[in-house]
Design a binder for this molecule. Structure first.
Ligand code: G3H
Length: 249
């Protein structure tokens, strides 16, 4: 069992002025979110390990009550385990919470700064270009109001077909382009067994959540996915469980 946390970067200076694209730093509010995120994930990680440990130790005690000693993973030894149930849970929780935990961010400043409070000795931190926000080509740095005012047709075409609309200009992308560049990340996410946190951007989040939660391609580009909200996904045999937390200052 593992936890997958996913969030957008904290509020950036461009979010404050309503501009898309770019590589702006975090605002003061965004930096506060970054601090809260580290505390939240560390606490969630510890309580997840504790719940898992209690379940495992209690399961073993159940077997014992039927006269069966679970031997998996135990060294052949004559030593009798004299620890209390609580001591066994604490030791198991400690072992589980020291397991590997990966933090992925994009390579944009606002995303890297949102993960800057995570201790690299405790978390395996990686910055990955594939997780960057959609490239809005010639519309980078503009607000939606400006695009609507100066390029009304373009604005309308995109609103009516966000999935296939590609921003004009060098490097400009569509949602489909972003889906393609995310394919290897999604395969890696499904393959890995350890828990992780992904700090990324709205379009990338819509695509990853859409894939994991089975959102239709029609609704996916229009899902809200606000900033300062942490989504937790737990893959289960019958589908993915979702929990959400909103940060309130
Ligand atoms: O800067 C990128 C925006 O967050 C993308 O949102 O696809 O709804 O325009 P949008």
């Amino acid at each position: 069992e593992r936890q997958i946390f996913i969030t957008r970067h904290g509020e950036s200076m461009d979010n404050v002025t309503g501009r898309i694209g770019g590589d702006a730093p975090l605002s003061e509010k965004g930096r506060k979110y970054a601090r809260a995120l580290e505390r939240f994930v560390s606490q969630q990680r510890a309580s997840f390990a504790y719940d898992l440990a209690s379940r495992k130790v209690k399961e073993e005690d159940d077997w014992r009550s039927y006269g069966l000693e679970p031997l998996d993973g135990k060294k052949e030894s004559e030593t009798i385990d004299t620890r209390t149930t609580q001591e066994k849970i604490d030791a198991k929780a400690k072992e589980l919470s020291s397991g590997q935990f990966t933090v992925w961010t994009s390579m944009l400043k606002r995303s890297m700064a949102t993960a800057a409070n995570f201790d690299p000795d405790v978390y395996d931190i990686k910055h990955i270009r594939f997780l960057n926000e959609i490239n809005s080509g010639m519309r980078e740095g503009m607000s939606y109001e400006e695009i609507q005012r100066f390029y009304p047709e373009e604005f309308h075409t995109r609103q009516s077909n966000k999935l296939y609309y590609r921003y004009p200009g060098m490097g400009g992308e569509s949602y489909i382009d972003v889906i393609h560049r995310l394919q290897s990340m999604i395969i890696e996410l499904e393959r890995m067994t350890q828990s992780c946190l992904i700090v990324t951007h709205r379009v990338v989040m819509r695509i990853i959540l859409g894939y994991m939660l089975d959102w239709s391609q029609k609704e996916m580009p229009h899902m809200l996915v606000p900033i300062h909200t942490v989504y937790e996904l737990r893959p289960k045999p019958y589908g993915t469980e979702l929990k959400k937390w909103q940060y309130i200052e």
